[in-house]
Design a protein around this ligand. Structure first.
Ligand code: TUI
Length: 319
């Protein structure tokens, strides 16, 4: 059983799956468990200072010898210093978010670091291809946290047509049906966040996991739309108050800081009423806590089922 794609060769992994770089959530424990299971585990640097990131890198290396990545949030005040740590530590892969990593690409490439950048539009994908990144991660607005404006189904094929580098699909992917759909759209693999948030090895508060497990198809809402920083979260008292308050008075940066503070309450305190429960639309499909190995095994087994089912369709004119 296996679906080998150029993503597996690029990253040195067994399955074409990347774990999303979820700030405050994607720790060394989660990343190591994902990498040990044959996909790419990723530590989210978020707003953390460079020495904390270095410690997480050492922790992952103590737990696995497989490839892993660091997600660098380019709006972090520490982004440049974190990039230096990544190079210094010879981290195999960097994923970037919230900006153009162009100025870092030459030194990352010189150090042998693979660079995969999250984008949410065709223009950004073209720009980052020119900047020399190895692949783009096309993130549809079904995903959790900060979102773009285009859904995965139209976004992924447009980006696949627009660039020559590999495209990874993110947003709205839960199982092998999503993986096979992404491959059909022209992607070479997927990035999944929400499903890994409920992994047994993911250290978020159990209350947050339970809220994801309880979520239904219409349980996520988008807050902060009027600030120009839309964020997909599970509906709760926090989300309702933000939506009722309009959130239009706040600047983008102030809204973002407020959301991250509330994310802390969700992740560390399990405050499911006043915490910011970032989650993608596939939260509805997450029905229990599972190990990373089970999650990846399930994605690959259901991908194989989906391929078999598709293989039974024949074209009317022979072929
Ligand atoms: O970054 C995300 N999603 C997020 S971040 C977040 S909250 C948080 N972040 C950091 C520290 C602490 C908390 C919740 N969700 N997704 C990646 C992403 N990046 N989506 C879209 C983009 C993006 C945006 C602009 C990529 C490039 C870009 O380029 C602008 C430019 O300069 O060209």
């Amino acid at each position: 059983m296996g679906i080998k794609t150029v993503l597996c060769d690029l990253l040195g992994i067994e399955y074409p799956i990347i774990q999303g770089g979820m700030a405050l959530v994607a720790t060394a424990e989660l990343a190591a468990a994902v990498s040990e299971a044959g996909a790419l585990g990723v530590i989210a640097a978020g707003d953390a200072d460079p020495e904390s990131v270095r410690k997480e890198i050492h922790k992952v290396r103590a737990l696995t010898s497989k490839p892993f990545g660091i997600n660098v949030y380019l709006l972090s005040p520490f982004a440049a210093e974190v990039m230096r740590v990544v190079i210094d530590e010879k981290v195999p892969v960097v994923t970037t978010g919230a900006g153009n990593p162009g100025k870092y690409v030459p030194s990352l490439k010189d150090a042998g670091v693979k660079v995969l950048s999250v984008v949410s539009s065709v223009n950004m994908a073209r720009r980052l291809e020119r900047a020399g990144v190895d692949a783009v991660i096309a993130e549809g607005m079904e995903c959790g946290g900060h979102i773009g404006q285009i859904a995965s189904m139209p976004l992924v094929p447009q980006i696949a047509d627009a660039v020559d580098i590999p495209v990874v699909a993110a947003g709205g992917i839960y199982d092998g049906r999503g993986l096979v759909a992404a491959l059909a759209l022209g992607a070479v693999g997927v990035q999944m966040g929400t499903r890994f948030l409920c992994a047994a090895e993911c250290p978020v508060h159990p209350g947050y996991k339970q809220a994801i497990i309880a979520a239904k198809d219409r349980s996520t809402v988008v807050i902060g739309q009027s600030t120009g920083h839309p964020v997909r979260v599970l509906q709760n008292r926090f989300a309702r108050e933000v939506l009722q308050g309009g959130a239009g008075e706040d600047s983008k940066a102030a809204f973002s800081d407020m959301a991250v503070d509330a994310l802390r309450r969700a992740v560390f305190d399990g405050d499911i009423e006043y915490g910011c429960l970032m989650a993608g639309q596939v939260a509805a499909m997450v029905s229990r806590e599972e190990s990373c190995k089970e999650i990846i095994g399930h994605v690959m087994a259901t991908a194989s089922d989906a391929l078999r089912r598709l293989g039974s369709y024949t074209f009317p004119l022979g072929g």
